[in-house]
Design a protein around this ligand. Sequence first.
Ligand code: C2E
Ligand code: MG
Ligand code: MG
Ligand code: MG
Length: 277
Amino acid sequence: SAKTAGRNTFRFYASGMNAAVREELELENDLREAVERESFELYYQPKLDTVSGRMVGMEALIRWHHPRRGWVSPAEFIPLAESTGLIVRIDTWVLEEAVRQLSAWKKLGQALVPIAVNVSAREFASGNVLARIEQLIGRSGLPADLLELEITETTLMQDVDGTAPLLSALKKLGVGLAVDDFGTGYSSLNYLKRLPIEVLKIDQSFVSDIGTDEDDTTIVSAVIALAHSLRMKVVAEGVETEAQAAFLKEQGCDMSQGYLYSRPLPADELLAFWRRR
Ligand code: C2E
Ligand code: MG
Ligand code: MG
Ligand code: MG
């Protein structure tokens, strides 16, 4: 009967949900252990000057090799890290590792370019960012402008007034500031003139539809023009085709990042790419 079917359906969903919850808890435990053991790797994706093709920067992207599941995408574990608070320790590890890597490249005689690090909303609101970065840079002896923070538009929007003094202090320190995933967060552009931001990263959802979706193509041109009129630089994220690259060059986009040039790479492979450029 319908009643029995209903009950069975309920049971099906209930046990399905238990499995999902159990899996999530298990992943959380594994993540906690990974944080304890620092069993992450930092990969680096080049940012290229759109005109000269030179490598002018890079983005650090975390990778987690899970003992049973293999590589787990940050898109999956970063949200979990955020909801459990583990993100604060992860972000700390990423910052330290990125600066350590820069120092190692410097020792090899490499002329350095800035490394961008993603900072989560939680870390950003924690109140520790400034002191941590000040200390880290002080200890490393590297110029502060070799470090850039990528903060998503959504994070910035959460508390513009609270964020402004922190960003100003970071800028005074010399650290670069970029808005990540620009265009996906909010409809008001008012915050842009209130925050000392130097770089806009156009979200890859717009870049991927250049040439195929007229609206997205228009948005990309408009964002480039907007950024330049506010004296900011623009990075296009997720550039995959020559056609996209040609359009971005024609529109005066400053920097490009994407699989067309390189996937995120382990440090040694990044160095090889860098030296070829
Ligand atoms: P994001 O900061 O916007 O990073 C860009 C993402 O796009 C990266 O994914 C990168 O591998 C991917 N990507 C780059 N070029 C292309 C392309 O041409 N095509 C496509 N389809 N994708 C491309 P990833 O490494 O999986 O990271 C996903 C997100 O996870 C990041 O987005 C960032 O929000 C977060 N994340 C990654 N590493 C960290 C980290 O160390 N700390 C924090 N807090 N978040 C991180
Ligand atoms: Mg980013
Ligand atoms: Mg992004
Ligand atoms: Mg993203």
